[in-house]
Design a binder for this molecule. Sequence first.
Ligand code: HEM
Length: 369
Amino acid sequence: MTFSDKTVAKRRWRAMLYSLLAIIALAMILPSLGYVAAWAQSGPMVIGYESRDSNPRADMWRDARQSVAGTTDQSGPYTTNVLINNSGEIWREIRSGREGVPSPLKRFGGWIMLLSLAAIAVFFAVFGRNKIEGGREGLTVPRWTMYERVLHWFVAITFIVLGITGLSLLFGRTVLIPVLGARGFAAYAQVAMTVHNFVGPAFGVALVLMIISWLGVNIPKRVDLEWLKTFGGYFGGGHAPSEKLNGGEKLWYWIGVVGLGLAVVITGFILDFPNFGQDRATMALAHVIHAGAAMFWIALFFGHAYMGTLGTEGALEGMTTGRVDTAWAKQHHNLWYAQLLEQGVKPMPAEPPRGGPPPSAKSVTGSST
Ligand code: HEM
């Protein structure tokens, strides 16, 4: 490694570290303000029972059974002197079902995620991997900056953590109790819920940063319709023209990241911070939208993750190294590649793969579809 290679590598690491620190700082500090507000406003959960040494909830139900008059909850947004909450009962049936009737929420979510996986398997069986035609050219152009990559992987990793913890809370009774036992699941669920509640707000802030950063390259254009008509040439042959992002990626951005993402994040904040005056019916509605939109989003995410890894040769390295092979750029984003050349961007030789010789650099010019 030459002196200048070392300096470039050092600068890269420093840029990555600073981007990561900035995102983590924003993602952790902003949501913490909500926790501080929640803590400042917190009072006893069950008024009138706080002085007892025993479990206030158990005391409350014992009194209710024995018809002892009293206040059963905080006043204000919560239901005062209401023993059975009707909207709560409806919510419980939607979330957990009842004797002989499965939960519609779990049914909808479970099926949509399984169907997505099945559709991807069929798609892969029919079309296989979308390979770089004619092989790599050994020259690369810049695609994603360090900041964009760190932001992307922060969102992706926290998304997966939230997906696993969220799904295990919703499906845990059915899927995990038979494996872990009731006590094991209770212990696991406690940890999962805490992780979910703390990672959620950090994810929300990073997601908003992502939406803002990539708004400009996701503006829908007429050319995207052409791409969508043949799904990038999968149906109907040939290649569809594309700018930096194609019609499919823009759908993922608008339907997944913006639409479902904001629905999940906003309802998540309503659930995570119940100290801003929202009543129980609002919380119940927020929960159903949160879980339903999240599962729909996970189903779409499977498609995104497949396309970014197994489905398209050469796509992942753009999001890991920041650069893509010129052959990939011409094949998948021809209009963007032509623009780069017009702007005077010079393709550079690819870094040699570890332990192997560098791929030979072929011609740089021209852009095919
Ligand atoms: C393991 C999971 C993931 C993998 C492997 C992955 C892979 C990729 C790759 C390779 C790209 C670059 C595509 C290109 O250069 O054209 C990309 C772009 C992108 N990813 Fe991911 N990703 C993952 C998770 C996520 C998640 C969880 C989100 C959001 C919640 C997300 C949002 C985006 C967005 C917004 C773009 C830019 C394209 C657009 O705006 O449509 N990714 N991803």
